[in-house]
Design a protein around this ligand. Structure first.
Ligand SMILES: [Zn+2]
Length: 180
């Protein structure tokens, strides 16, 4: 099932997500992870956090290697956390499914080590660099209620917020809410 991806400035994007207990992995959570992957491929994107679909749980999905012809390499992580970070680099042209019409360079750690649990209850440790590392940092930020626009210059952010509010006002004029 395709889920609705919340868009800035939806306040639910600012919630800090809760840890998932080991015994909380049930069919409902598995279905959520599967729906999140389907939504991510549909958008299309390479990562999605549960926060972005309005579920404040520490769950992310990623796939950096998928292709239009059906190749899939999904990663589903519960309670992911960055346990090591090293180096500084620029994540060029970063974007977010929840922040429409904006791409910006973001300074991030070049390499990270991430620890998490899988849906099968196994512990997992992953070392990543470059795009994969930026993606981990971006998705884990979502679980803490942070967006990539929090990590760009105030001037760029203010410009974007103004542009976005104007766009939302125009949309509201074009599609007025029913008055009854
Ligand atoms: Zn995002």
């Amino acid at each position: 099932m395709i889920l609705e991806v919340l868009q800035f400035p939806d306040p639910r994007l600012r919630q800090v997500a809760a840890e998932i207990a080991d015994d909380a992995v049930d069919d409902e959570l598995r279905a959520l992870a599967s729906d999140m992957l389907e939504t991510m491929y549909d958008e299309p994107g390479i990562g999605l956090a549960a926060t972005q679909v309005g579920v404040p749980l520490r769950l992310i999905v990623m796939d950096l290697n998928w292709s239009e012809d059906g190749q899939r390499d999904p990663l589903v992580l519960l309670n992911p956390r960055i346990v090591e970070r090293e180096g500084r680099s620029v994540s060029e042209n970063e974007g977010c499914l929840s922040v429409p019409d904006l791409r910006a360079d973001v300074t991030r750690a070049e390499r990270v080590a991430v620890e998490a649990r899988t849906l099968e209850g196994e512990s997992l440790r992953r070392e990543a660099e470059g795009l994969e590392s930026y993606c981990f940092q971006h998705e884990i930020d979502h679980l803490d209620g942070k967006l990539f626009i929090d990590r760009i210059s105030r001037m760029k952010r203010d410009l974007y917020v103004r542009r976005r509010k104007k766009q939302l006002r125009l949309e509201a004029l074009e599609h007025p809410a029913p008055t009854t």
